[in-house]
Design a protein around this ligand. Structure first.
Ligand SMILES: O=C(O)c1cccc(C(=O)CC[C@H]2O[C@@H](n3cnc4c(=O)[nH]cnc43)[C@H](O)[C@@H]2O)c1
Length: 217
């Protein structure tokens, strides 16, 4: 793989990733904005630019970890991505677009490379989890909503706001995709004081270093 695009949401995430990559020239890192729409538009613009010829697209940033699965400061690598709030509210509860007959709200990742990254992180003693990462337009703020998301996506490991948008753009271009999250907070009741952005950015930096080692040439 000669050219890899990494899309973060904000500059602080971009800086952490660049630090981890230690000048590896195969990677291009862009901050594309917060939320699935900004992420999809930014990824599409990058992939459609004249100079573009990417072999891999990565969504990377901080995220919330589901309680009992991914603790603050750990890393989550997606085994799939889910647009968890795309669907309809019905008298029987939320129904996803898949059940409504409008396609799927799950997208795959490049599995072999994701697993290699998980193994490389584990081998260095890093706490890393491999599971579904949810993309949402609204940050979860209650235990009830967190439980509902786990009902929708069993095994959910983390949530963030960009992955599915980037994955969707990559899929349209036929390019493999990965998602990486450094965990800054626990998904559940809102508690800004418990946020550990520094720990999450440090985890993200570590993940970027290992990524630069495991991406094949
Ligand atoms: O004000 C709040 O309570 C609040 C709680 C969590 C996140 C935010 C943000 O505005 C950050 C959005 C930004 O960070 C990523 N992120 C980090 N943690 C989470 C999360 O638990 N759920 C969803 N997104 C999260 C996200 O990808 C955005 O880029 C405010």
């Amino acid at each position: 793989m000669n050219k890899i695009l990494i899309l973060t949401a904000v500059e602080a995430e971009k800086e952490a990733v660049l630090k981890g990559l230690q000048g590896n020239a195969r990677f291009e890192v862009r901050a594309g904005g917060v939320g699935p729409v900004e992420a999809a538009v930014s990824a599409t613009a990058a992939l459609c630019s004249e100079a573009a010829s990417y072999d891999l697209v990565v969504s990377a940033g901080i995220g919330g970890g589901f309680p009992g699965v991914a603790e603050i400061g750990s890393i989550v690598i997606a085994d799939s991505v889910a647009l968890a709030d795309l669907g309809a509210e019905t008298p029987d509860g939320f129904v996803g677009v898949d059940k409504l007959g409008f396609g799927s709200n799950r997208l795959p990742v490049e599995e072999a490379l994701s697993v290699r990254l998980v193994e490389a992180l584990r081998a260095r003693g890093q706490s890393v989890h491999y599971g579904p990462i949810l993309t949402l337009s609204t940050v979860t703020g209650s235990a009830q909503s967190a439980a509902e998301l786990i009902r929708r996506v069993p095994g959910a490991a983390a949530e963030a706001m960009e992955g599915y948008g980037v994955a969707s753009a990559a899929r349209r271009s036929g390019i493999p995709f990965l998602e990486i999250r450094g965990i800054s907070n626990t998904v559940g009741p809102r508690d800004r004081a418990a946020w550990r952005i520094g720990d999450a950015l440090a985890a993200l930096e570590t993940a970027a270093t290992r990524l630069s080692e495991v991406v094949p040439t």
